[in-house]
Design a protein around this ligand. Sequence first.
Ligand code: AP5
Ligand code: MG
Ligand code: ZN
Length: 221
Amino acid sequence: MKELKNLIIMGPPGAGKGTQSEKIVEELNIPHISTGDMFREAMIQGTELGKMAQQYINEGKLVPDDVTIALVKERLSRPDCANGYLLDGFPRTLYQADALDELLKEINRPVDKVLNIDVDKEALINRISGRRVCPKCGNSYHISYKKPHKDGICDACEGVLIQRKDDTPESLKVRLDAYENQTKPLINYYQSKNLLASIDGLQDIEKVFSDILLVLKGDAR
Ligand code: AP5
Ligand code: MG
Ligand code: ZN
């Protein structure tokens, strides 16, 4: 079977995209391209992009398509994507999906598989409210499901863990609405292209990962 290395991971906020992405990129040795992480990095650095994105992100709204597409275009053009890529949190609108098709034609790496992490709303709220992140290195934890060794302290760099600004109940509501209205239609979009593989995201972290590996390395879907 052909190696599947041109990948998209999608799913609602808190589904576990970032958690699974870390494991997938280590396994396949491809870059993890998370638009959310790139925006948060720009916010920390205080760049123009960061200042602009901040207003949208903290309220839970999507950053405008043209800005996001330009960011991904630049990232995909770097040499480390020559061996594949894992896109996390992009595309998020049908407009972005069409633009991505064009970008991928340019680099001659069309999508091999779209991993759709399926999780119900109740679990999402639980996962988001218990998430803690390290502002220094970006590592992510959960107060029940992925505890750091020392309470409130990052295992990797000893940073003091915080909650993401958009993990408040108000912002989460806006993010869930954006997912329902703008991102969920992509499920049909990729299904009709025969690229979609849905994964049961309600299982524990290791089981979700082994199901993903089955899709990527076993008989596809
Ligand atoms: P982004 O950073 O992409 O956020 P999101 O889609 O809301 O998803 P999250 O990162 O919150 O969740 P996740 O699925 O990665 O879950 P995680 O692995 O952390 O985007 C943020 C914002 O940036 C957007 O709202 C928007 O404003 C902007 N943006 C980004 N991309 C954009 C785009 N393309 N266009 C426009 N705007 C864009 O897991 C969550 C928690 O659950 C963790 O604590 C984890 O430990 C735990 N957990 C994970 N898996 C499991 C499991 N199996 N069992 C139990 N717990 C688990
Ligand atoms: Mg994430
Ligand atoms: Zn850290």
